[in-house]
Write a protein that binds this ligand. Structure first.
Ligand code: PNS
Length: 169
């Protein structure tokens, strides 16, 4: 049985991520989406919100399980008894960081393999960061994220704006 971990921040999940999930499910028996509770980055969504959105949009994918994690990826992969890490590669600019990460993980946990799936050209430009930026300026993000995710982003941005507007100058 081949169990793989697809780790990331998923702040929030995009169609680009879902493309990697769907394609991974064609060759793994179980795919654990590991959602990083990152202490260094300040995410737009809490880890619980990110997990909730992922659960909603992968509801019809029986091989997929969503699990939050903290700390080192290699430890999480070990706890999940997984054999493989999956990452998406959008462009050459991703490559250096991904190579460094996979080699570090391999040193920390000898034998742990990372499989890279090149993103479909349709999603090569897409990142959670650009989605948040477009949404913040009221741009149309319906082609970037599934509808429930779009609604959450818009709601979050509305809330942030109303809080900021209430602050005295
Ligand atoms: O979606 P992201 O932010 O590109 O995902 C990055 C992630 C979560 C895969 C990476 O930051 C990670 O694995 N973090 C856990 C800490 C860790 O293991 N670091 C050592 C590897 S260099």
């Amino acid at each position: 049985m081949l169990r793989a971990v697809y780790p990331g921040s998923f702040d929030p999940v995009t169609y680009g991520h879902l493309n990697i999930v769907e394609r991974s499910c064609r060759f793994v028996d179980e795919l654990i989406i590991g959602v990083l509770k990152n202490r260094t980055k300040i995410p737009l969504f809490s880890v619980e919100e990110r997990v909730g959105m992922l659960e909603e949009v992968t509801r019809d994918m029986p091989k997929v399980k969503i699990v939050p994690f903290e700390g080192l990826l290699v430890d999480f992969v070990g706890r999940m008894s997984a054999k493989l890490v999956i990452r998406g590669l959008r462009a050459v600019t991703d490559f250096e960081y991904e190579l460094q990460m996979s080699q570090t993980n391999c040193k920390l946990s000898p034998g742990l393999e990372t499989v890279f799936l090149t993103t479909d050209p349709e999603y090569a430009y897409l990142s959670s960061t650009t989605v948040k930026e477009v949404a913040a300026f009221r741009g149309d993000i319906s082609r970037f994220v599934p509808e429930p995710v779009m609604e959450r982003i818009q709601e979050k941005i509305r809330k942030k704006e109303s809080v900021n507007n209430e602050q005295p100058y």
